[in-house]
Design a protein around this ligand. Structure first.
Ligand code: G3H
Ligand code: 13P
Ligand code: ZN
Length: 312
């Protein structure tokens, strides 16, 4: 199977009460870990590259790595998505170079500007058979070089979603309901709670329309502990409870974004390897342990959070 868009995947996910995992890719081992897990569990998957990932790895490498995964796992529907596209030009570049889905993130701009830029991207992408995600509302945390303080984060206003989707023509919408980017989503002692009431209201206003959740890592404490037991210093890293994400996936949420958890898994594997084998210096040895953790984490997400096992 060639790369696919998310259109059919989201339709099935919406009616089936599950979500598709959107995992960030930055190098070959991350692509391998994610796609091997998806193949073993017969789950569709979205591989997404941020502006930072495209700069780090070079977008040509990322596209070719994903094409290799498609060739090796022809049975798995794979979407190649631009994560947090900052402007029309970046989205256009991805549309022109093999991506099947792009996100235009103008959520930090005023409503009318967000509409104008998202609409421009949707028109261009649709002419080329590519689908578009946009964002309304502001997540706290770090969005590609932009840091948003928790008190400046804004939940999505359900009163705006119909007009936004109608006037932009986008295919899916990322909303802010209490998730945030990075490993430090909540303060110690806080009781993390997603605003599932806002999600319900948004989906009432947009029946059948796919909703996206960013910032959905759960920061598994087992990996934080491994990192800290092997020389790391991650203090009070806290994520989104998995049961609340599962609840969201049963409803209108069709795409759940996870990056931080993969970073933690990769780092835990490498740190532990170095500690246990101080004589090793072959990158294949230690990166393989990071890759194994990435695969295990994606398997866990597919089974326990997304519910997408066997949905090929
Ligand atoms: O939403 C942000 C993603 O985790 C990507 O992070 O911009 O550091 O690649 P990045
Ligand atoms: P996390 O930092 O919670 O993994 O979120 C990733 C994300 O939203 C990528 O767009
Ligand atoms: Zn994000």
């Amino acid at each position: 199977m060639a790369l696919v868009t998310s259109t059919e995947l989201f339709k099935k996910a919406y009616t089936g009460g599950y979500a598709i995992g959107a995992f960030n890719i930055n190098n070959m081992e991350i692509v391998q870990g994610i796609t091997e897990a998806a193949a073993e569990l017969k789950s569709p998957v979205i591989l997404q590259a941020s502006k930072g990932a495209r700069k780090y790895a070079n977008s040509v490498y990322l596209v070719k790595l994903v094409e290799a995964a498609v060739e090796l796992h022809p049975e798995v529907p794979i979407v190649l998505h631009l994560d947090h596209g900052p402007d029309f030009e970046t989205c256009k570049d991805c549309v022109d170079h093999g991506f099947t889905s792009v996100m235009i993130d103008y959520s930090g701009h005023p409503f009318e500007e967000n509409i104008a830029e998202s609409r421009k991207v949707a028109e261009y992408a649709h002419e080329h058979g590519v689908v578009v995600e946009a964002e309304l509302g502001t997540l706290s945390g770090v969005e590609d070089e932009v840091s948003v303080e928790a008190d400046k984060a804004m939940y999505t206003d359900p009163d705006q979603v119909e007009e936004f989707v109608k006037r932009t023509g986008v295919d899916s919408l990322a909303i802010a309901i209490g998730t945030s980017h990075g490993a430090y989503k909540f303060k110690l002692g806080q009781n993390p709670k997603l605003r599932l009431d806002i999600l319900a209201e948004v989906s009432r206003r947009l029946p059948g329309f796919p909703i996206v959740l960013h910032g959905s890592s759960s920061v598994p404490q087992e990996y934080v502990k491994i990192i800290n037991a092997n020389g790391g210093a991650l203090k009070d890293a806290i994520g989104i409870p998995e049961d609340q994400l599962r609840e969201a996936a049963k409803g209108a949420v069709c795409k759940i974004n996870i990056d931080t958890d993969l970073r933690l898994g990769m780092t835990a594997g490498i740190r532990q390897h170095f500690n246990e084998h101080p004589d090793h210096f072959d990158p294949r040895q230690y990166i393989a342990d990071g890759r194994a953790n990435v695969k295990a984490i994606v398997e866990h997400k597919i089974r326990e959070v997304l519910g997408s096992e066997g949905k090929i």
